[in-house]
Design a protein around this ligand. Structure first.
Ligand SMILES: [Cu+2]
Length: 733
């Protein structure tokens, strides 16, 4: 098993991949895969794997867990709020990815997906990350197309025989000059030979950040409010974000029981590419896990419960219209799973599992008077989404040379929503007609999904590895794609999780998305895989019933065909295809003990996404880009300059009037110093303070009259952060 997982590690496409003996400060190192109970269950081969050292370097200066996977080949990052950005794998993002935090599939509860799964993960707590692309083994996939991201805190350690107890403590803080970002984290644990108790807490805040120059006119954000300067990114601040967790672990022989309760609270988080801001979020989570090793194999069962209370309104940089516009969301999610891995003849491994999930959603907007009253507006009332899955996966090595993996997964996803009302159904043109039309329909939908993955690895001697994968992956629509019903422009604007500034209306008749994909990869390296490597990965994905959108032309929608402005859209199934390639190289030079070593890493990525039904481009596809980094390491010091170059983006989604962006390049400088149990990191990001529009940033609607469709000028993208000097300090006992 260990060798197979080591091959998985070869798939690491990260520039500046872990090589040296740099001491790891923040998280305990995972020494061998076998040491982790249940790993055979949860770590099928394939996928990029980030361990402690990669993560330690990446988490300096950020409270955003998504930043930890930035630069992983094939992963692009979209702008959202300051707490967490959104990952995209080979052009597929958000609900098209399966994102698990400590084994729990967290759900967003917001019409703008503000509380994304990774917004609940604290970077300082994360000890391992695995990123599988689209051909992910079925045991880690399901109800997703683009791949799987697994984020995990470190497995519990117990006192060794002979030692009465084991104590761990850690603390850290970060500072980011641009936007005055500040964060802290602390964790402590006490463990005996069989019992362990953990506590962890982390918090962060930031003001609005500054772009590298003026990107729009300086103007008051709210009516008569303070001027938001021409380079300040309105509604990018956040504050009062605190994550706390308490964990208990009990070990008995080869059996491990873990319980964790955690809570995240946020006082405010602005969204520069949404028409609203988050004015509070309260998420509670319970995670129970049992892992056991038996003569016949490994068994794992989990129970998870998530409860979210989420509020939105106009933040300080937006017009409040005298009343604001409160929006409330309440969601609950229950999930359970049972999985087993069984060694069978000829060193093969069989993974079997069943999973169940039940999610409920209430989304209502309290009355504020005028045409927005006297009743609450129900955007989704008692939305339900239940999912039951079963899978079987066979992993078979053939000597040292070949490994084959074959799996199938079946899922049934049922969704439903109850009857709705507008602010005043008596105002039939604004609210009543749409509500009546929605209520007259049947909302229950039942989808059967069938996934299959075949994957083959060929190790051609010590210097090369080749992989080929074929898969069918499917995903059922989410509640916000099926059930938002109002064609009122203001209401539609509030339903948007793409950050493109447009308004969206749901479509009850959406069918599940089904993707068929092929992925090929080759990895060449020296015999020890320590001096140099070259990896090339190509992929092609055809999606049947991809959920895109067309210009909404019913009810109050103006049926606009215009370009150069924000528009109203309705979700629709189309055919689509995505294809691309990633290339990464790495070379290490060792100058001996006294002069350190130098690692040079580079990567380039190309990606296309097309709506083949209409000939349009898909939304939020990263243009070609590359990265070149140097890492010089001498004892406890590292210095790492990095160059990032991004081509102009002309392949935009025309149906959405997506904004084109220009080419740009950035230089980042990072350095770290480790001394005993202390680690200090310093960085200058965007050294030359360049002004650029983030191609994955969406439309800038972060200030002013954001409640009307074109109350904010169209055509301004969300810019990237200007120069920032970051520092962080971490200590571990
Ligand atoms: Cu929200």
């Amino acid at each position: 098993m260990n060798t197979r997982i080591a091959f998985g590690a070869l798939v690491l496409l990260v520039p500046a991949v872990a090589l040296g003996e740099e001491p790891v400060v923040l998280a305990p190192v995972v020494v061998t895969a076998k040491a982790i109970m249940g790993d055979a269950l949860n770590s099928p081969p394939g996928g990029a794997r980030l361990d402690a050292e990669d993560l330690t370097r990446r988490r300096a200066g950020t409270g955003d867990a998504t930043q930890l996977i930035e630069g992983v080949s094939g992963v692009d990052i979209s702008t959202a709020g300051g707490i967490s950005s959104l990952p995209s794998i080979h052009g597929l993002a958000d609900d098209r990815l399966r994102i698990q935090v400590d084994g729990v599939d967290l759900q967003s509860a917001c019409p703008n997906h503000m509380n994304s799964p990774l917004s609940y993960a604290t970077p300082s707590r994360i000890a391992r990350v695995r990123v599988y692309d689209g051909v992910a083994p079925v045991s880690v996939g399901g109800d997703s197309l683009g791949g799987t991201i697994q984020v995990e805190s470190s497995p519990p350690e117990f006192a060794r025989d002979g030692a009465p107890y084991l104590l761990h403590a850690s603390a850290g803080s970060f500072f980011r000059s641009n936007g005055l970002g500040l964060g802290y984290n602390m964790a402590g644990s006490v463990a005996g030979n069989w019992l362990r108790l953990d506590y962890a807490e982390a918090g962060s805040r930031s003001d609005n950040y500054q772009a590298g120059g003026a990107f729009k006119a300086a103007a008051a954000g709210s009516e008569g409010g303070a001027i938001v300067s021409a380079s300040e990114v309105g509604s990018s601040a956040y504050h009062g974000s605190v994550n706390r967790s308490l964990g208990l672990a009990v070990r008995h022989g080869a059996h491990l029981l873990r319980a964790e309760v955690s809570r995240q609270t946020v006082d405010f988080e602005g969204f520069p590419n949404q028409h609203m801001d988050m004015t509070s979020n309260d998420n509670r989570l319970l995670n129970l896990r049992y892992t056991g090793q038996f003569d016949w194999g490994d068994l794992e069962s989990r129970v998870g419960y998530q409860q979210t209370q989420h509020r939105m309104d106009m933040g300080p940089d937006r017009y409040s219209y005298g009343t604001g516009m409160p929006m409330d969301t309440k969601a609950r999610q229950r999930q359970a799973s049972l999985r087993a891995s069984l060694p069978v003849e000829n060193e093969a491994l069989l993974r079997l599992g069943t999973e169940g999930q039940y999610y409920t959603l209430f989304d209502w907007w309290p009355p504020v008077g005028g045409v927005m009253g006297p009743n609450a507006f129900w955007n989704v009332d008692f939305g339900r989404r239940s999912k039951v899955d079963g899978f079987a996966e066979w992993e078979q090595p053939f000597g040292e040379t070949w490994t084959a993996l074959l799996g199938v997964r079946g899922s049934r996803v049922a969704t439903d929503a109850s009857a709705v009302q507008g602010y005043d159904n008596g105002l039939s043109a604004s609210w009543g007609n749409d509500a009546a039309a929605f209520n007259a329909r049947d909302h229950a939908r039942d989808d059967i999904l069938l996934d299959a993955t075949g994957w083959l690895e060929y190790v051609r001697g010590p210097r090369s590895t080749f992989q080929a994968g074929l898969a069918q992956k499917s995903r059922a629509p989410n509640l916000y794609q099926r059930y938002p019903w109002s064609t009122n422009p203001m209401a539609a604007l509030m339903n948007n999780f793409l950050g493109d500034g447009n308004g969206y209306v749901g479509n009850v008749n959406l069918r599940p998305e089904v993707a068929r994909m092929l992925s090929l990869a080759g990895d060449l390296h020296d015999a020890e895989n320590s001096r140099w490597s070259l990896r090339v990965n190509g992929y092609y994905t055809a999606v049947h019933d991809y959920i895109d959108a067309y210009r909404c032309d019913t009810g109050q929608c103006p049926a606009s065909t215009s370009s150069g402005q924000f528009v109203l859209l309705r979700y629709a199934n189309v055919s689509a295809r995505l294809f691309g390639a990633d290339v990464s190289v790495r070379r290490t030079f060792s100058f001996g003990e006294r002069r350190g070593d130098l690692e040079v890493a580079g990567s380039v990525s190309y990606l296309r996404g097309e709506n083949t039904s209409t000939g349009d481009n898909l939304y939020a596809i990263m243009p070609p880009h590359g990265r070149l980094s140097l890492l010089y390491r001498l004892r406890g010091f590292t210095v790492a300059p990095e160059w990032v170059g991004v081509a102009a983006k002309h392949n935009v989604s025309h149906v959405r009037n997506e904004i084109e962006t220009g080419a740009y390049w950035l230089v980042n400088l990072r350095a770290s110093f480790t001394w005993k149990s202390l680690r200090a990191d310093a960085a200058v990001e965007n050294l030359f303070d360049r002004l650029y529009t983030d191609p994955m940033g969406g439309a800038y609607v972060g200030q002013g009259a954001s409640m009307t469709t074109n109350g904010i000028p169209w055509g301004v993208g969300v810019p990237g952060r200007g120069r920032s000097v970051n520092a962080s300090l971490a200590w571990q006992y």
